[in-house]
Design a protein. Structure first.
Length: 107
């Protein structure tokens, strides 16, 4: 018997310099870069670049952001899983990523 999945896929396209707010996922998140150059940062870490074909995993509860490099559009496939509990959100949104954070040190 087939069961429904709690996994949620989504494709997002970011214009240059666009990024998410700081956020975390209860059960983690996987990003697969489809096109362009992605910038990703875990809270307290250096910014990493990811390119088409790269896959990046963020563990459960790890606050992070992701977006496009300053000079390129970026598209990624995002995969995350819901908790199955309506009282526990799959994504917790935080503060805006400042320009200083976005322009911070790269790995």
């Amino acid at each position: 018997m087939a069961t429904s999945s709690r996994r949620s896929p989504g494709t997002r396209r970011f214009p240059p310099c666009a990024r998410t707010d700081w956020h975390s996922h209860a059960l983690g998140q996987t990003l697969h870069i489809v096109s362009g150059v992605a910038l990703l940062q875990e809270r307290g870490g250096r910014i990493i670049e990811a390119r088409p074909g790269d896959t990046v995993y963020t563990p459960p509860g790890q606050e992070h952001w992701h977006g496009a490099a300053p000079d390129a559009f970026m598209e990624h496939l995002a995969l995350w899983e819901g908790t199955g509990d309506p009282g526990v959100p799959e994504t917790v949104w935080g503060d805006k990523v400042t320009d200083a954070e976005y322009g911070g040190p790269r790995a």
